[in-house]
Design a protein around this ligand. Structure first.
Ligand code: GLN
Length: 533
């Protein structure tokens, strides 16, 4: 395809309408038609990245191969498309301002007064075009966070208005709105959508396609009405109904012909309907499980399920692969104590101890590890979860008065310690060990069998690591370091072989699980859980 096409996705009426999923679904449909597509998220907050945000604020922080700490929507993009994203796929207001201010300090604006328009908007525009200019993509889909009318998102809308003007036929605006159903009158109401489009028009932006979230099917006369009031064609009014799973949305969008209308408006050939067979097979396995397992997810942010989004999705992918439904029991780590461990954990087929930061909840995590280890319950520890597995083993098997340096600064045996390169670091943002690192797996280990190869690469986000001084003691007592970073020698994977399934990983495998490529460790974990009686 000659020119990269730019599709902008804005939202109106309320937040949480599912812009990320609609964007990912559209990209999936375009990809299935043989086009290459990437998705970018513009976040209007002042944080330079979401890495410094508490998960309660914004859900999980997703990490890319290049070590960017990003919005969790990028996780959806990767899970749908199986194409890696990068720092360029997530821009925040903080990052835009930081870059403009750095340029100003270097004198790059040659004495000009630096203003929102044109300097901030130019910076936004170049961040959008940067992806397209690489020549790798037929489509760059840019999702604008927030809701039209928010003060914070104004510069983004203005940048899109200017880009629409510059790009002309190579661009398109999709606006997502809500058509609420009033039970009392039994009617679908279009007024909020009309107002939302008017707001967009006030800023000079005319949407080409409206995707309307609704709880009930939107009849043709309602679509006609929306079309008439909002200057769009009736066929460009797309209904997005509540779905049983987010993975239904690409198929629902295909039924509504979202991809066709987009291609038509961009003057591209429509061609045959896309082949979504692999996707459909996944959905059919997901919806027709042959058995079921209950996995306890032990973490301290369980009140907000989005905090563990990628883990929850990876379990769904692995469940489908095993034709097994996975019920997640969200267990607050602070609620687990020695006295109630059996009551809380005995009905589980598997225990996953989640990533996390700080001391709070760690004692419950250690108790959960001990329970899994002693009772032969399949165990999967991720990042802090792996570190807890190491500490628990040191305390209860090696009999050491030990801990992780993060939890107890003065511990006699810091079996998990601060990494050397982290010791001088003061800034909190973007300074952890981040992104993809390679790892060599020991021949014959659980991990090796699961991956089917000894050379892997996984993404990281942590400051502490296994203290190699203790490696031999662990190995002699039955906990093997089965995955090692070949360059630094850092321990990446630990496992206990005399157990049905006990594995801890310093990296985050959940970030790489996709619909097309469920993650091997999650697959094996669910498989082991299904075997547990
Ligand atoms: N807090 C731990 C560390 O920084 C683990 C981090 C995590 O679980 N992502 O090393």
């Amino acid at each position: 395809m000659s020119n990269t096409k730019y599709i902008f996705v804005t939202g109106g009426v309320t937040s949480s309408l599912g812009k990320g999923i609609v964007s990912a679904s559209l990209a999936k449909l375009l990809q299935a038609r043989g086009y290459s597509a990437t998705i970018q998220k513009l976040d209007p907050y002042i944080n330079v990245d979401p890495g410094t945000l508490n998960p309660y604020e914004h859900g999980e922080c997703f990490v890319t191969d290049d070590g960017a700490e990003t919005d969790l929507d990028l996780g959806h993009y990767e899970r749908f498309l199986s194409v890696p994203t990068s720092q360029e796929n997530n821009i925040t207001t903080g990052r835009i301002y930081q870059s403009v201010i750095n340029k100003e300090r270097k004198g790059e604006y040659l004495g000009k007064t630096v203003q929102v328009i044109p300097h901030i908007t130019d910076e936004i525009k170049s961040s959008i075009k940067l992806l397209g200019e690489k020549g790798n993509w037929d489509f760059v889909i840019t999702e604008i966070g927030g809701t039209v009318g928010d003060i914070e998102s104004l510069p983004y809308i203005e940048a899109v208005r200017q880009l629409r003007w510059e790009l002309g036929k190579d661009s398109l605006v999709i606006h997502l709105t809500l058509i609420p159903y009033l039970a009392a009158s039994g009617e679908l109401k279009t007024k909020p959508t009309q107002h939302s489009v008017k707001k967009l028009l006030e800023y000079g932006l005319q949407p080409d396609v409206l995707v309307c979230r609704a709880e009930h099917n939107i009849p043709q006369d309602v679509r006609n009405k929306v079309a008439r009031f909002c200057n769009v064609e009736a066929e460009a009014v797309i209904a997005s109904l509540d779905a049983e799973t987010i993975y239904d949305v690409p198929l629902l969008m295909m039924e509504e012909k979202l991809d066709k209308i987009v291609l038509k408006k961009l003057s591209l050939e429509i061609g045959e309907d896309p082949d979504l067979n692999t996707w459909k097979t996944f959905l059919s396995k997901l919806k027709n499980p042959k058995n079921s397992v209950k996995i306890g997810l032990v973490g301290k942010y369980v009140e907000l399920k989005d905090s563990y989004k990628s883990i929850a999705e990876a379990l769904i992918h692995a469940g489908a692969q095993n034709e097994c439904s996975v019920e997640v029991d969200w267990i607050h780590s602070e609620s687990i104590e020695t006295e109630n461990a059996s009551e809380k954990l005995s009905s589980l087929n598997g225990i996953l101890v989640a990533p996390g930061f700080g001391e709070r909840g760690v004692s419950g995590k250690l108790t959960a590890v001990k329970y899994a280890r002693e009772n032969n319950v399949p165990f999967f520890g991720i990042c802090l979860g792996m570190q807890c597995a190491v500490v628990e083993f040191a305390q209860n098997v090696l009999g050491l008065s030990s801990s992780s340096r993060e939890i107890d600064d003065k511990t006699q045996h810091p079996v998990i310690d601060l990494m050397e390169e982290q010791k001088q670091i003061e800034d909190k943002g973007g300074t952890m060990r981040l992104g993809a690192y390679s790892c060599s797996l020991e021949e014959g280990s659980f991990a090796h069998k699961a991956y089917g190869t000894t050379k892997i690469s996984e993404r990281h986000r942590h400051r502490y690591e296994f203290n190699s001084r203790y490696k031999e003691d662990f190995e002699n007592a039955g906990m093997r370091a089965s995955g090692i970073n070949p360059k630094t020698g850092l321990v990446e994977v630990v496992e206990i072989q005399n157990h049905p399934f006990f594995i801890g990983v310093q990296f985050h495998p959940e970030y790489k699980s996709t619909v097309a490529r469920p993650h091997p460790l999650f697959i094996e974990f669910v498989k082991a859980a299904a075997k547990k009686t």
